[in-house]
Design a protein around this ligand. Sequence first.
Ligand code: NAP
Ligand code: MG
Length: 481
Amino acid sequence: MRTYEHLYINGEWVAPIEPKGSIEVIDSSTEEVMARVAQGGAADTNAAVAAARAAFDTWSQTPPDVRAKYLRDIGAGLMARFGEIAEAISGEVGSPKAFAEMVQTGLSIGDWETYASIVENYEWETTLGNSLIVKEPIGVVGAITPWNYPLYLIVCKIGPALAAGCTIVLKPASLTPLNAIILAEVIHAAGVPAGVFNLVVGSGSEVGTTLATHPDVDMVSFTGSGPVGSQVSKDSADTIKRVGLELGGKSANVILDDADPAAIALGTVFGCMLNSGQTCSALTRVLIPRSREQEFLDAIVAEASQLRLVDPHEAQEDPMALFHCLGPMVSRSQQETVRGYIQKGIDEGATLLLGGPEQPEEFDKGFYVKPTVFAGVTPDMTIAQEEIFGPVLSILTYEDDDDAVRIANGTVFGLGGAVQSGDVERAKSVARRMRTGQVDINGAAFNSLAPFGGYKQSGNTRERGVFGLEEFLETKSLQLP
Ligand code: NAP
Ligand code: MG
């Protein structure tokens, strides 16, 4: 077990100003304490904001190609610690080894090169009539992040914010601070100037609130739950700061009546169950046509039956491990929440086809939940409306394409989505009618350059690629004589 006693502020590892005790980081599969991390509070957050403010003038004026070089060095520094990062995430989140390596760690490393080349090629100035339109970094950014893809969701903010020329105070999720500490060590080793990046581990209610209310923070970039995002907006209102929110979802996977059941099964199950369902854009509602209900149900259940719960620290021989192996939930409380939703699905009359709320037989410890599939779900049921954030798939039937679109759009969310069809043009026309930030057609590949973000109560910002960079920019116009 390791102990971390310091926060990273103004280029140094420092003890918290007022002792707040430490966070115990729990390994999700063993339930043992894997590390203790000192918590900062309001005083540390204020010190970090002051450091970021002081560093802003120089960093914002550092040429973009010099900033790009730092980004590449950070990417290389993370790569050098690949195994250590993946192992930390297998412990603190519970992601199985293959997923922790390929997805959690791999995505978090690859994007540094992406942001480096974006910032090198970005058009910072354009002319419009007699005006010169200038893009500039917004200033000091408070980044508040969740635990499910802890490092990747940090990188989605820190990468473009640093590229833009912003300085940063990061508050990671208290359940998963270890990957953020490694990142801070890497940023320090890359020689990023003091104060440009600061890390304050601590509670959302204290550190997060201090960032949101702080007059010297120009923008808060938040990823997490809707209720906390709403609170962050309110806390930020008095200082009129920009607030970027990436929130939850209840994304629909619309399977049109000309889709091939064998072709859609793997993507349908993985699209919901990845990271044990702890994915904001997970395709948790599967909409199948009444006319071919049984065929699609059979294909989905056959595929879901191949899922198995594993020890996240153990390598799996199975070449399909990435798709078929699930780890535990992140925490006891998440496990209880998810089991509660499964029970609610049963109580409200959905048909349990696989899984259930009980402790899985194969594990007597660890925050495991059985992968669960419900059919006969109706749009008004709780499991069709609320984000469960666990390995629970809800299957609903629809009558025709219009009905499918109506059901797909019938929640407060609008983050992810998918359409499956034998006819890509038909799929595109359904996708265009979906009120959601992204729609994957026929299992198309993940694109880390494509904008990611929510409609409706799923958020108000876009991350990734050039769209992610622009969220951290201000626009100035100079009228020329
Ligand atoms: P959460 O409870 O909202 O926490 C997110 C972050 O906010 C954590 O760092 C948390 O700190 C902090 N926080 C808590 N209270 C705060 C306050 N009053 N002021 C400021 N910050 C505060 O969310 P979570 O449980 O970690 O993550 C799961 C949620 O995130 C799900 O709803 C999921 O859909 C969403 N999510 C969205 C996306 C997306 O891109 N749209 C991506 C991933 C996850 P503590 O950890 O110290 O409580
Ligand atoms: Mg939480």
